[in-house]
Design a protein around this ligand. Structure first.
Ligand SMILES: C[S@@+](CC[C@H](N)C(=O)[O-])C[C@H]1O[C@@H](n2cnc3c(N)ncnc32)[C@H](O)[C@@H]1O
Length: 269
């Protein structure tokens, strides 16, 4: 699915130089939704063909991907020219636009789910005054910065280095004193049990509900809150996520200025 978050013509495969190992592992491997694995691997090879320094970087940053990349390059046709290689490059970047923006936080902040969002939707779900809060998969800090206005302390957990640095720059620029930025994957959070009064997330839960929610619940204090506060977009959802309501989450709904029907959720632990 293409969201048109970026114009891929504006980017190059040098974008991969800004990615963490876990992102390279995903991009340089079989795609779960892709039926034709060879076609995808061939795209990878053609897209990387003009970028030996990027190939070198990927080999060293994520050595487990080296064999996949070698096999991808071996699929490149002998008569590939620069134009066809550039086409493959833009196709690859369009295909992975949701990752490309992780390397370019300013572009990510222009995407409607962040740009059109209003903090009132977080306020509707929870009063964070006096709370110690975790934002999981914080991205550019949409929720974490909103939370920092009221909460006692906010920890923004984010596995992309570029996004962590972006949040740290904004903290330094604005002088916010109650927010810290840390690394962390949702299924393996580097915190003791029952640490937080509230654990927030947006667009992070969904690949593995049990693993993700189980870990978020583990680090939440008894009586604390799990809050899923999504951004505003154009998608007109017809009902709340049944995986969340089935697990006891209360759903809140609003119509977005982007045109979408947005559901947000909370659960008392
Ligand atoms: C679509 S963005 C949402 C960013 C932010 N939560 C928001 O709603 O504005 C998803 C974020 O989750 C992070 N992410 C992806 N996989 C993750 C994982 N397994 N654990 C934690 N964060 C993850 C990404 O790096 C990215 O910042």
């Amino acid at each position: 699915m293409t969201y048109n978050w970026i114009n891929p013509e504006d980017y190059s495969m040098d974008t991969l130089l800004y990615f963490d190992r876990w992102v390279l592992q995903y991009l340089l491997s079989r795609q779960p939704d892709e039926k034709d694995h060879t076609a995808y691997q061939s795209l990878v090879g053609r897209a990387l063909w003009r970028y030996p320094h990027v190939v070198d970087f990927c080999r060293n940053k994520a050595p487990e991907c080296a064999a996949y990349v070698d096999a991808a390059l071996a699929l490149v046709p002998h008569d590939l020219d620069d134009r066809a290689a550039r086409q493959a490059e833009t196709d690859f970047l369009r295909y992975h636009e949701t990752f490309v923006v992780y390397a370019w936080p300013e572009a990510m902040e222009q995407v409607n789910y962040i740009a059109d969002w209003d903090r009132k939707w977080l306020d509707e779900l929870i009063d964070l005054c006096g709370m110690v809060v975790l934002d999981v998969g914080a991205g550019t800090g949409r929720l974490a910065f909103a939370a920092a206005r009221d909460a006692l302390r906010v920890y923004a957990s984010e596995p992309c280095d570029r996004l962590r640095e972006h949040m740290r720059d904004r903290i330094a620029l604005t002088g916010i004193r109650n927010m810290k930025v840390l690394d962390g994957m949702v299924t393996c959070l580097p915190y003791e049990d029952a640490t937080f009064d509230a654990v927030l997330s947006g667009h992070v839960v969904g690949d593995d509900y049990e693993g993700e929610l189980g870990e978020m619940r583990r680090v939440t204090k008894p009586g604390g809150w799990l809050v899923i506060c999504n951004g505003d977009d154009q998608f007109r959802r017809k009902r709340p996520d049944p995986e969340l309501t089935r697990r006891g989450f209360e759903a809140f709904c609003h119509e977005s200025p982007s045109g979408g029907i947005i559901y947000n959720y909370r659960l008392r632990v």
